[in-house]
Design a protein around this ligand. Sequence first.
Ligand SMILES: [Zn+2]
Length: 628
Amino acid sequence: MRRYDVLHSRPRSVSLEMTAPVHYTASLREAPVEGDPDTKNSAVSEAYFGYSASGDVTAEVVYAHSGNPEDYELLRKSGISVKGKIVLVRYSNPYSYRGFKALTAEREGAAALLIYSDPAEDGYARGKVFPDGPWGPESHIQRGAITYDYIVPGDPTTPGWASVPGARHIKPEEARSLPKISALPLSWRDAKPLLENMNGAAAPKDWQGALPITYRLTGAVTAHLKVAMDASLQPYTVVEARIRGSEVPDEWVLLGNHRDAWVFGGVDPSSGTSSMMEVTRALGELKQRGTRPRRTVIVCSWDGEEYALTGSTEWGEQFADDLKKKLVAYLNVDESVAGAATTAGAEGLSFSPSAVASLAPMLLEASKDVRAPSGKSLYEAWRATNKRDTKASAPPLDGGLVETRIGSGSDHTVFLNHLGRPVVNLGFSGDYGVYHSMYDDHNWMEHVGDPAFEYHVTLTRIWGLVALRLANADVLPYDFGFNAAALDDFLTELELKNKIDAHKLKLKKLHERIAEFEKAGNELREAVEHGLASGENSGEKMQRLNEQLLQVESNWLEPAGIPGRPWFQHLLYAARYTYAHLEFPGLTEAVEKGDWKVASEQNNLIERALEKNIALLRTAKVSWEKSN
Ligand SMILES: [Zn+2]
């Protein structure tokens, strides 16, 4: 058990009332459901946002659609200022992390923020609502934290170091990841009175939600919001289990899932936790039968993921030196089953993993050895649901099946973005409208989500298989040829989206370096396959190669971090403030800003890292072919 003393955030009291034109008191609670006793549990608190600022605000309410910067732009054009006002926004259209909505409202000068769940996104407009279906009922509330953890995750008062007992903490007012705005989450039941009492200009067509009212921008509605939060150091506990590797104990395969939930967490995280418990039980049984993995396997149950990815971040920061050298891969499962098998149709729930590009081919191969609930191999089921979900005429080529673009929002973040280690995220997804609400409970899973628990079983099998393959492989299954092809796609996408003028930034050389990296990666893979097939390879020879392969991943780390976000040190992967994936982060952000000087510096850093890795792969090939 690893203890961290973390600046936590919990409510003393929260309230919201409409004061004009009519009086209405928001319940901030979710209605009990017949047949689901858990929803009657009196310990369920009123809804709040983690790390909301405390505040007492009475002001006019303005509707700002999704609360993204372009929404405020439209309000400005309509002559509406949100300065000093209470902004009411809805979740996910298009998706952006609630902490980005909070920062955006704060920058716009709003006095407070309300975020509600419109039935258009996750309620009756999508299908049947709980308990009859997977979608969110009238009073469901999406809780969550609004931390600015896309700047730096973990305990806001220990940015970049671990909150071990006795550690130095900065003052909360100095923390870059703490919001200064007060905010509350609402159900549509509590948001509707605010929306339908406005009498100003009608909102644009694409701002209209699914409620049977005309959504307006402003007019006549004032509200009184009061949020009193307690922010104090509280102990978080990461539980860690470890089986020492029989042959290479200093190479680690790490599995993890978080343990904290907003209320019951039937999907998030308990579906993942049940898979973790089962994988751990199986590994323990193997060990008792005398079968140890060649490499060390570590399983962690993270605390405080929901607040700022906190447990994994603190643990990663505490063991940073070891992890940078030893970690082969981090395999994250947040939710095993975030979707309803009962509404998924014939092909079933979508297998929706993501992996760094170097590990994508390994994941594809492993999926061929696991059976999906449909009876097909997981690989075939994955192809079928991908074809269905993308409305394509044929399943994608293998190269397009694995999502190699990785955003934030779960515990892989510290390992990938801060420590430069390869990560894989596993899970099934489908219809799911009760995220972070009280209705995300066991009853939902048992009756709507995965009644046979067969997707849980499949997810557990692929997780365990990938873990054992990584832990036991003679040669670590990184594919740098595939990796390079993905990098070239990322770069081409960046150029197309931004129409980069070659006078301002030359990317030709970067493409050439990527092509050389691809060639070196493919040649090494072929040499290794050839060598392995011939069968005569000493342990020493394979160990030397594995150390070189691990070093390739480390070479993507830039200790200075990306401009403005020093904690994010990976040159290829970071996340946007919305949590969306962001490739070549320093370069991309500079290009989007039109800062050609920084763009050129970032371009040079990526070229240098590629050059290092091209040389390393060539050296590895020569030494592999020379020795036995
Ligand atoms: Zn989660």
